[in-house]
Design a protein. Structure first.
Length: 218
């Protein structure tokens, strides 16, 4: 059994400001995120990891580097461009409210009806494209590390779509489980690097948050 621990990067300035931060936006992690990464490391410390993989975007790469530093075990890190966030085209860097005014139908479908999302309207990637590139990477990592635990540090929208697709969720229902929070842990299991089951979704209890902040989750 291979277990894939999928981590969404720590919270950034643009996350806090409710701005779209896709493949071309990359604002810094918030100071509090470094402490939250330490809490994540304490939660994961009992697990032995064979390898770690991260998106090259700074917010994910730094999250991975900080996480490994605090795990107290040697874990090799590979940067893989297939783990980058959704290319959001013209929505990159825009406030959510401004996107809602300019492309109300596209935003509604991006958030709630992926099967109806028209990526051409904003010049973004399609859900199918993101699922194909991120999914192919995860399957390859599992083939390279059979019967092991592996870490994957990536991004909210890309992980959400891909994780749900890997467990067989139809495109129309990709968003039914809700979003992924910053510094969250989701776990997939596989025995053949092709078929996956969901063991854990969006775990954040180790962050000890006392109130829900909507800017934490996408």
């Amino acid at each position: 059994m291979t277990k894939v621990y999928l981590i969404r990067h720590g919270k950034t300035e643009w996350n806090l400001e409710s701005r779209y931060q896709g493949a071309h936006g990359d604002s810094p992690l918030l100071p509090q995120s470094y402490q939250e990464i330490k809490l994540l490391a304490a939660y994961l410390r009992p697990v032995h990891f064979a390898h770690a993989y991260a998106s090259p975007l700074k917010r994910a790469r730094v999250t991975a580097e900080q996480l490994i530093e605090h795990l107290d075990q040697p874990v090799r890190l590979t940067i893989d461009s297939r783990l980058m966030e959704f290319n959001l085209g013209q929505m990159e860097g825009m406030h959510f409210a401004d996107v809602a005014k300019k492309w109300p139908e596209e935003l509604k479908n991006f958030r709630h009806h992926p099967d109806q999302y028209n990526e051409q309207a904003t010049g973004s990637e399609s859900f199918a494209q993101v699922i194909d590139r991120v999914g192919s990477a995860i399957k390859e990592f599992c083939r390279l590390n059979p019967a092991s635990n592996i870490l994957v540090v990536s991004h909210g929208a890309a992980l959400n779509a891909t994780i749900n697709a890997l467990v067989g969720t139809p495109l129309a229902h990709l968003k039914d489980r809700g979003g992924l929070s910053n510094t969250s842990t989701t776990i997939l299991e596989t025995t053949d690097a092709e078929h996956f089951t969901l063991e854990q979704w969006n775990e954040t209890s180790y962050l000890h948050k006392t109130k829900v902040d909507p800017t934490d989750t996408i």
